[in-house]
Design a protein around this ligand. Sequence first.
Ligand code: GZL
Length: 321
Amino acid sequence: MRFNRRILTLALACAPLAALPTGAWAQQKPLVMGFSQVGAESEWRTANSESIKSAAKEAGIELKFSDAQQKQENQIKAIRSFIAQKVDVIAFSPVVESGWEPVLREAKAAKIPVILTDRAVNVKDTSLYVTFIGSDFVEEGRKAGRWLVEKMKNEKGEVNIVELQGTVGSAPAIDRKKGFEEIIKADPKFKIIRSQTGDFTRAKGKEVMEAFLKAEGKKINVLYAHNDDMAIGAIQAIEEAGLKPAKDITIISIDAVKGAFEAMIAGKLNVSVECSPLLGPQLMAAAKDVKAGKPIQKRIVTEEGIFPMEIAAREFPKRKY
Ligand code: GZL
């Protein structure tokens, strides 16, 4: 008799749950997101990873986070693993634009929605991802170009530019180059005399700048770096060559991370175009909307500014990354 009473008590205690619509039960289980990150190559990337992890925690989303060490094959492996684990949603920042169709088709076949953050992919079938949340890199390149044209408007002679490109084949490297050239081509005095990848890292940026200085020396008037980390590495090379960064060579870079503000305040960097890594909250909101079956924009662009050295000290205390 006692045993039956216990079962009855338990059944009565669970009864209210049975009354919940099944969806409500499903909503009790936290949404599980598989995220494949490019790597940890720059200050920007570190801030981006922190934003994603803290936003997942804040949103009550279970995050499976994988660092690809800037290798596409590691990202593809991670995405396949997320599919095998039957996560609710997959998100990633593609290290390069191409080579994603096969694994994205596998995710689609497994009915797992994919969200792109930070960088885009180059696919014919855009149904392979739900949305792309990130900056307009072409516009970032245009902003860098417009700043240079304005700064050099009274310059009569040639303006010789060396360019440190981002990771070969990546959306930011392709588009920042495109936007910058679109603006400077209006005036033939601007010439890009050397252009090479520094892979978005300080070490490689310094190494390539050393080679540029060896080959071109005092002919260099401007350095255009696709991110602050490469610019900071190049600043070291410029100083070691006995030149004054931001004076002997005008330096333009992109991201507007803390290191860039410190360099501008020290008078060693002329300007940094903002590229916000703080994509975590938008990503988590999009993931929840996708799972709830809500409509979502195919492209969500992050709004960004530009920070010349003259305002760096005033703006630095307000910076969030
Ligand atoms: C831009 C991002 C780039 C940053 C670099 O959204 O993909 O990658 O500009 C980072 O600092 O390495």
